[in-house]
Design a protein around this ligand. Structure first.
Ligand SMILES: [Zn+2]
Length: 363
């Protein structure tokens, strides 16, 4: 049966969901109450950063990140591999072997991230969903390089699963008390590798799969074909997760292919760069996410906005739109007040939560 909900400690979240990236257990300029008020159901945190900055002691003492950041919604932790891996692959700051990723952050000692360590840290973070360490297939990889990353992704997934079972046994966690465990499909643009990776991960057995790697094709368009290959080759009862996806229209496209979970830095990062997402509608009821050009990006920095009394979105019930004018936001940006970033982030998060509410209405 297809997943209908994402179960978190005391509630079930309706699918699909979008979780913004609270990399270091905070969404820049917002606290956890602000995030709740945007009706954002959950956040994604970064295992590598939290482990480095907090260490085991704090994570243990607070019994996980939810308590630490006073967050009552859903929580996904990534494997911690992506940041380390991109730096290791881009230059000579690190090395990837079957054992794991070795990395030397500037000015600090060498770090080795293994599949087992990633699971161990995530169990201390206590997410609702954990992600296993994978070997990222870089864009423009040759088939041989892509094949190597797939083999390592599968090897690491097997080891992660064993480590996860051990951790759960050690903590005496029964089935309903364990986090969900997802593996990530690699293989770049090679269809046969993506199919093989999907099938071999399913053989190991997970709660779901993520669309990993770079989702944008050489022509700049979103790679819907690969998204579909993964969805067609995984069991019906699996959660499907679009890692780092994405733009509102890409989310709609992936939901139509059966994807349930998304995370991306876009709404928060764009907000800080004066890109506010606005639905092309006057009321929430009139928003149609299946319509072409169902949204646009609003830039407060245009002179015509300097004296505009209207809210950013007529339909919007966020703290910015309910209380303030376009003119006031433009002023806050002009004087470089941090409130501009905060209110814009709140608005963009509410845009994404409305988008997901609209997509949930489908069934
Ligand atoms: Zn708003």
């Amino acid at each position: 049966m297809k997943p209908k909900y994402l179960k978190i400690s005391d509630r079930k979240l309706k699918l699909p969901v979008f979780f913004p990236d609270a990399t270091r257990a905070v969404l820049r300029t917002l606290d956890s109450r602000d995030i709740e008020n945007t009706k954002t159901p959950g956040v994604l945190v970064n295992t590598y950063h939290l482990y480095r900055e907090l260490g085991k002691k704090v994570l243990k003492n607070f019994n996980g990140i939810k308590n630490f950041m006073s967050w009552n919604g859903g929580l996904i932790s990534d494997s911690g591999g992506f940041q380390v891996m991109t730096l290791a692959k881009r230059g000579n700051q690190g090395k990837i072997t079957d054992k794991g990723v070795t990395f030397r952050p500037s000015g600090s000692k060498k770090i080795l991230l293994t599949p087992e360590k990633s699971i161990e840290y995530q169990m201390l973070i206590k997410p609702d969903m954990a992600i296993v360490l994978d070997d990222f297939t870089p864009p423009n990889s040759s088939k041989e390089q892509a094949r190597d990353t797939v083999e390592r992704t599968i090897l690491w997934a097997k080891r992660s699963k064993i480590a996860f079972e051990k951790e759960c046994e050690r903590r005496d966690l029964k089935i309903g008390q364990r986090p969900l465990l997802l593996a990530v499909v690699q293989g770049g643009e090679y269809e046969d590798l993506r199919i093989e990776c999907t099938q071999r991960l399913v053989e190991i057995g997970f709660d779901g799969l993520g669309f990993g790697g770079w989702p944008i094709k050489k022509d700049g368009n979103f790679d819907y074909k690969t998204a579909q290959i993964i969805s067609q080759n995984c069991p019906d009862d699996y959660f499907l997760y679009g890692l780092g996806i994405g733009k509102p229209d890409e989310i709609v496209g992936c939901v139509d292919m059966g994807y349930h979970i998304f995370d991306c830095v876009l709404p928060t990062r764009d907000a800080r760069h004066k890109r506010l997402y606005v639905f092309d509608a006057d009321k929430i009821e009139n928003i149609n996410v299946r319509k072409k050009d169902f949204y646009y990006c609003y830039n407060p920095d245009k002179e015509r906005n300097y004296n505009d009394k209207r809210p950013i979105g007529e339909y919007c019930d966020c703290q910015l739109c309910k209380n303030y004018s376009r003119a006031y936001l433009a002023h806050l940006f002009r004087i470089k007040d941090v409130t501009a970033l905060r209110l814009s982030t709140i608005h963009n998060l509410r845009f994404y939560s409305i988008l997901m509410e609209k997509l949930q209405e489908k069934d």
